[in-house]
Design a protein around this ligand. Structure first.
Ligand SMILES: *Cc1c(COP(=O)(O)O)cnc(C)c1O
Length: 413
């Protein structure tokens, strides 16, 4: 059969070894060490001549099964599951760049990613050059011989900007640098990263994939598009390893040495989450559009921002890149911060919490929470307003969500 769809592939992905009991679910291997029949086998495993699991910080059958399922649906050359989305981002950058190198990104980034570049990696000598990635024509002027990658998020949060990935991929390719994209808000199923020229996809599987905020995790997906001979740090490996250069360096050096491994229990939960990912994404995206339309028609709302609304400047590009499902986050503005708080405090079903893509709908005032450590000028540069509320829409019945929003607005009149 050809063209097997995402959910079918996920549900029927083969185990790497047949289960002796015929279990339909890949069992959870909640262990650390694996034993070998004799010393010779152990030597072969350590030399990498006979791939086997040895120690769960390095690999584990439950984590491997989760990775294999992602491989089955993306056709990637390499997939690595890690402890968190931040681990995926930091391990990727540490693998392809070194001190004195630079990367190009935008200030419209997940807060901890911004801090990783601006503080943690800066202290180790990595320079970050900030640009408006929705204006690709401004990028080539920032690239020099030390630039290793363009890094961006598919839908920024809370700005909800969508850059043209084909245009950025073209620039990256012409200048032999990597396009690394954080697809947390648009994971595989919503966004076929390889088709848009993404070299390395990184994401927080904590969000959509975990199946309703069950566990923290991250993924690195190498789509096999980049010629690793063109990366200075990995060039010598590439002669021998070709397309497996990056995943090999990650597994055998960076991931292993940093130790931000996924717990097998979390891999099990995330693997379960994958089984219902398309159903949950479809439901939440449909809810988001309905809520966006409701808010747009409400007099107490100043503005609504969602790339799925026709008036969004990113409507067309979001439609082209995300198959008509531009995520499940929207923002809207009320008259003041006080009004935002008053409104949030009246909600009965929608929860006040910081996370994305829980099964439940979550509400947050970004300026006073996830961006609270930034100076007002930087918040403004980041497009974070005191009057904005972020809604991360879940899979409840949209009628109940809209009724909750409606009743909360009564406090504003
Ligand atoms: C949450 C998030 C991360 C970090 O993921 P963790 O799993 O919490 O480490 C990175 N990027 C984006 C876009 C996120 O939303």
């Amino acid at each position: 059969m050809k063209n097997i769809q995402f959910i079918t592939k996920i549900l029927h992905a083969k185990f790497s070894k047949e289960d002796p009991h015929g279990s339909l679910h890949a069992p959870l291997y909640e262990n650390v060490a694996f034993e070998f029949k004799n010393a010779e086998e152990l030597e072969l495993a350590f030399q990498g001549k006979k791939p086997s699991h040895m120690y769960s910080r390095i690999s584990n059958p439950t984590i491997e099964h989760f990775e294999q399922r992602i491989k089955a649906v993306t056709g990637a050359v390499g997939v690595l599951a890690l402890a968190s989305g931040m681990a995926a981002i930091s391990n990727s950058v540490l693998t392809v760049a070194k001190a004195q190198d630079n990367i190009i990104t935008s200030k419209h980034l997940f807060g901890n990613t911004y801090s990783l570049f601006q503080q943690t990696l800066k202290d180790w000598g990595l320079e970050t050059r900030y640009a408006d990635l929705t204006k690709p024509e401004t990028i080539p002027g920032l690239i020099d011989g030390k630039t290793r990658a363009i890094f961006l998020e598919t839908i920024t949060n809370p700005q909800l900007e969508v850059a043209d990935l084909r245009a950025l991929s073209k620039i990256a390719k012409e200048r032999n640098i990597l396009l690394i994209v954080d697809t947390t808000t648009t994971p595989p199923y919503l966004f076929p990263a390889k088709e848009f020229g993404v070299d390395i996809e990184v994401l927080s599987s904590t969000k959509w994939i975990s199946g309703g905020a069950t566990s923290v995790g991250g993924l690195i997906i190498d789509h096999g598009l980049y010629d690793w001979k063109k990366n200075e740090k990995l060039r010598s490996d590439a002669v021998k390893l070709g397309p497996f250069t990056f995943i090999n360096r990650l597994r055998r050096e960076v991931y292993r040495n940093i130790g931000a491994c996924l717990a097998p229990h979390n891999a099990y939960l995330q693997s379960l989450g994958l089984e219902t990912l398309p159903l949950r994404i479809d439901a939440a995206c449909a809810n988001t559009l309905k809520i966006a339309e409701f808010l747009r028609s409400s007099s107490w709302v100043k503005t609504v921002n969602y790339p799925g609304l026709k008036e969004s400047p990113f409507y067309a590009i979001a439609r082209a890149q995300f198959a008509g499902k531009p995520g499940a986050i929207l923002t809207f503005d009320l008259a003041s911060k006080e009004q935002c708080f008053k409104f949030m405090n009246r909600l009965q079903w929608i929860r006040r919490a910081t996370n994305l893509h829980d099964n439940r709908t979550l509400i947050l005032h970004p300026a006073s929470t996830i961006f609270c450590e930034y100076e007002p000028a930087l918040k403004e540069e980041m497009g974070v307003r005191e009057t904005s509320i972020r809604l991360a829409v879940g899979i409840e019945d949209s009628r109940d969500l809209i009724a909750d929003l409606e009743q909360a607005s009564e406090g504003l009149r």
